[in-house]
Ligand binder design. Sequence first.
Ligand SMILES: NC(=O)c1ccc[n+]([C@@H]2O[C@H](COP(=O)([O-])OP(=O)(O)OC[C@H]3O[C@@H](n4cnc5c(N)ncnc54)[C@H](O)[C@@H]3O)[C@@H](O)[C@H]2O)c1
Length: 353
Amino acid sequence: MARPKKTAEPRTVRVAIVGMGIGRDNGRPIHAHPRAKITALCDLAEDRMKSFAEELKTEVAFYTDYRKLCADPAIDAVCVCTPNQLHVPVALAAVEAGKHVLITKPLADSAAAATRLVAAAEKARVVNMMSLSTRFSDGALWLGELARRREFGELYYARARSIRRSGIPDWSLGFIQKGGGAFRDMGVHALDTVWWLLGRPVPRSVLGVAGAKFGPLGKGYWDFRQPPKSFWRHHAADDYAGGFIRFRNGVGLQIESFWASHQAPDFNLELFGTKAGAKLHPLTVYRTRGGAPVDEKVEIPKGPGAFTNIANHFIACILDGTPCSAPLRHGLIVQEMMEALLESARLGREVRM
Ligand SMILES: NC(=O)c1ccc[n+]([C@@H]2O[C@H](COP(=O)([O-])OP(=O)(O)OC[C@H]3O[C@@H](n4cnc5c(N)ncnc54)[C@H](O)[C@@H]3O)[C@@H](O)[C@H]2O)c1
């Protein structure tokens, strides 16, 4: 992978945020960073931009057209937080204008779009990073450090899941339309983080099932809310997906994502290693000592939190040339695994990658 070119960067990175939902969570720690500031916002809803600008207490330019924003020479980097279907169009416009990009998960709404974007971003040699709030959470980073130090021995199996009782997002159609769905929304967090903890093995084959048992019936929406039929009649995505990914090195991964279910809510990752195992929630390391099982409940000191970790890393990549630990290429491989699982569900057979 080509390293981003080193340019004479300004001392303060001028960042634009596109999409005022999770864009605000990404934007706050960027603006609080001593070497970065938010200088522009973009959304179709001007009131959402205004309220965020008031919170930031700073002068920012407002855009409703992301193409015009990307043409603004006073912007160095763009943080893309629109619905899934717009990640690639917005990010393509940004990288083609030479802007660094930080993109919320999932990278795209399809593998083809993700591939196109990664090629363009690498060609432009800009910093291109995924904003991954689970991988960059303090607990996952701590487990990652243990994995790097080989404390688990050989990691040969993992389970990862996101299970909600009634949690289909009802605030944006993008979630439930084609290119949305439970797996790209929440499965992506579990899959990306566990794949990263496993050392990013190369996927070989995927077997999956997926479908929609609640959303198209107007059930299972966020917090048992009842959105109007004019909203839920657009449901055209999975509301559950589950399957098994086999990697080239023999590692197996069981992955599940349910937006709604008759099950207890759960978000978890479990690692199986020859020397130790681990679980993310509650953060636990399982070992054998003196022939007896020892379960270590871990209380890591409260860290800065995922979005601050993401902002700090993004700015360091831009200003210090720090190699990016979450490039879009990672998002592409995760996208390919997700799309293969959904394809396997459609075809009713295993898909080789
Ligand atoms: N933990 C996380 O990292 C996390 C959490 C939530 C959402 N997300 C991701 O963020 C994305 C958005 O989700 P959300 O919950 O913030 O949704 P949201 O609906 O709250 O916010 C999306 C915003 O994008 C704006 N938008 C839509 N089309 C646009 C356009 N053409 N130009 C500019 N702005 C436009 C909308 O007006 C809206 O304000 C999704 O891809 C989702 O997967 C990530």
